[in-house]
Design a protein around this ligand. Structure first.
Ligand SMILES: [Zn+2]
Length: 132
């Protein structure tokens, strides 16, 4: 990947991060900043504690999950690992990263992992509104 392509992807990630942070500030007064800095409470605990409506919790969780992925992607960029698959070490490839800038796996490893990820999403859906 060229430096120009990398810079382009970094801008996409940073713009999306800023957009999410702005939205969070507009819509919620909870500790998004602390979350993004890597400290504070787990996002699921926080959502449950706040006792928001299910729909809001899901939206918020999704945005926070995305924010976390963006933060990870930017950290990976800084460590010069952004282009490399977390699992097998192959290059993820510019086309795939352009389509999905928070990708940390090459398409092959992603397909293998998809079953697990579906399971995780189901767990979250079941867990999030369980306070009541
Ligand atoms: Zn891989």
């Amino acid at each position: 990947m060229t430096k120009k392509q990398l810079a382009e992807l970094r801008k996409i990630l940073e713009d999306e991060r800023d957009r999410l942070l702005q939205r969070s500030r507009d819509a919620f007064t909870t500790g998004v900043d602390r979350f993004v800095e890597g400290g504070g409470r787990d996002e699921l605990d926080e959502a449950s504690e706040d006792g928001l409506k299910d729909q809001e919790i899901r939206l918020q969780n999704r945005e926070r999950t995305l924010l976390k992925k963006i933060t990870v992607a930017l950290q990976r960029m800084q460590a010069n690992e952004y282009e490399l698959c977390e699992s097998c070490g192959d290059e993820i490839g510019y086309a795939r990263l352009k389509a999905r800038p928070v990708a940390t796996l090459c398409i092959k490893c992603k397909e293998e992992q998809e079953q697990d990820e579906r399971q995780t999403v189901e767990d979250v859906e079941v867990f999030a509104p369980s306070k009541f």
